[in-house]
Write a protein that binds this ligand. Structure first.
Ligand code: B12
Ligand code: SF4
Ligand code: SF4
Length: 421
């Protein structure tokens, strides 16, 4: 019998013999005036990225990444008992928390599953309603940006920044999990502004990483981010403008968050913000609503990471580089032509699959991930950041180690002592 895709007139699934399409050359501008301020080093060999090549997509079509354990990681979100064991942090109540935290994100995905879409992860968040037929005039883009930021706070954003749309970060194609084939990405060329929002993830559960309990942070972040993006995008549409809301889909969050002035790039491949360190999730909205842009900001992270190796030392599968940024190409899940610290996504995801839940040790141990709860704690964090951002950064690193920051909390301690956020 012919294969399913021929019988049903579907595109051919991706495989080693039918790999994702690579764009020969990016024909847009390779550089942008704020690249140096952002610390971006783009090389002539730069190629845009095809989302079918990210590790999560490859775990579904690429036999070198796909395994029963990897598939169980996806299934465990929806299957009672899958992954549950006697080990502390992986018991029924830990998975019950983690999977409950995903409910908001799952509802967004399920809205359009019938159309072979995974909104928020593989596809943009389909609009709740179309734009109003008439446009509210905007005389002052700076004032409009300030109003939009105010609205975003109400809808749940903890951080928000605005930059211009940069097609270098947009996926060339996206992945269809139903057919396992590639498909077209949404076109954002006519939407010149990119709003980036950040959602703080709960700190105390992250301190229990690695654990299923710790996975609660990611689920919570995606659920809240998704709803915030849906509401803010609808606010823009209600003013008569277009808005494409995107969580993990459509484009890279990391460079956009840096360009929008939310933080700096860290050795662990994540954005470090002054407020929450790397402990947050990002989403973005592409729009034609006239908006003033923010500037990138630096506070000494690159220089501090040059010294510190807490994340690369702590990462169990050694997926984080411990040398200088070199743009190393570990496998098809890395960008080509950007000189930066590159994480090995295959090693990282294999560790997740082996332990049955996501990891985030690199967030837990990062000295910028602090959760000050007292006035003294807040003053210390402010002074520590000053120290870390200047010539005494070595002392800041020593202090962080000496005071025992980044240690793992036992998941059972979390359940017994209920330390809250
Ligand atoms: C796929 C993916 C993964 C995969 C695989 C990565 C891969 N290479 O395939 C794995 C399993 C490793 C993973 C793990 C985690 N992820 Co992840 N991941 C993504 C996702 C969905 C796509 C990124 C992608 O396309 N990567 C493929 C290519 C581009 O990878 P790359 O060349 O190595 O580039 C990486 C970085 O260098 C950076 N980057 C991309 N473009 C550029 C350009 C420049 C100039 C620079 C400097 C950096 C940069 O982002 C890429 C992240 O993988 C993004 C969401 C998004 N759309 O951005 C979230 C995202 C990057 N992940 C995130 C998080 C938090 C995590 C985890 C901590 C999991 C958790 N518990 O929450 C770990 C951390 C691992 C680590 N240290 O990087 C957050 C980061 C938030 C932050 N503070 O920066 C994101 C943005 C999700 C979100 N919506 O918030 N992730
Ligand atoms: S999430 Fe865990 S395995 Fe992945 S890079 Fe961070 S520490 Fe390493
Ligand atoms: S743990 Fe240290 S090296 Fe790693 S990102 Fe944080 S500050 Fe940089």
């Amino acid at each position: 019998m012919p294969p399913e895709h021929l019988r049903r007139n579907m595109p051919e699934p991706l495989s080693a013999d039918n790999p994702p399409t690579l764009e020969a050359r990016f024909d847009g501008p390779l550089h942008r005036p704020d690249d140096a301020e952002c610390g971006f080093e783009i090389e002539p060999a730069f190629q845009r990225f095809n989302a079918c090549n990210d590790t999560f997509a490859r775990a579904q079509w690429d036999e070198t990444v796909r395994s029963e354990k990897a598939l169980d990681w996806f299934r465990s979100m929806f299957t009672h008992g899958l992954g549950v064991r006697k080990t502390e942090g992986y018991r029924t109540k830990d998975f019950a928390m983690r999977n409950a935290a995903w409910v908001g994100a799952n509802l967004l995905i399920e809205r359009r599953l019938k159309d072979e879409r995974h909104d928020g992860f593989l596809d943009d968040l389909a609009p709740y309603a179309p734009p109003a037929p008439t446009r509210e005039p905007v005389d002052d883009p700076a004032e409009m940006a300030a109003e939009l930021k105010q609205a975003a706070r109400i809808f749940g954003a903890d951080l928000i920044g605005i930059t211009s749309t940069d097609l270098r970060w947009h996926y060339t194609k996206r992945f269809n999990a139903r057919t396992r084939a590639e498909k077209e990405n949404v076109d954002c060329e006519a939407l010149p502004h990119c709003i980036v929002i950040g959602t703080e993830m709960p700190g105390k559960v992250i301190q229990t990483m690695p654990s299923a309990l710790g996975g609660t942070a990611a689920g919570y972040g995606y659920s809240k981010d998704g709803l915030t993006l849906m509401s803010l995008a609808q606010f823009i549409r209600n003013l008569g403008y277009n808005a494409v809301a995107s969580l993990n889909d459509t484009a890279q969050c990391v460079p956009y968050a840096i360009q929008a002035g939310l933080g700096e790039y860290g050795r662990h491949g994540l954005v470090i913000t002054p407020e929450f360190g790397p402990r947050l999730r990002f989403g973005k909205i592409f729009t034609d609503l006239p908006l003033a842009h923010d500037r990138p900001k630096t506070f000494g992270v690159k220089e501090f990471c040059d010294l510190c190796r807490k994340c690369s030392d702590a990462c169990p599968p050694k997926a984080i580089p411990d040398g200088p940024p070199d743009g190393a190409y570990h496998n098809a899940s890395n960008f080509v032509g950007i000189r930066k610290w590159n994480v090995d996504g295959e090693k990282c995801f294999r560790f997740w699959a082996n332990q049955g839940t996501e990891c985030g040790i690199c967030i837990r141990v990062c000295p910028y991930n602090k959760l000050p709860e007292t006035t003294l704690g807040r003053v210390y964090f402010r002074l520590w950041k000053r120290l870390a951002g200047g010539p005494f950064r070595r002392m800041a690193l020593w202090l962080d180690n000496a005071l025992g920051y980044g240690r793992r909390y036992k998941p059972d301690w979390w359940w017994k002592n209920r330390p809250g956020w």
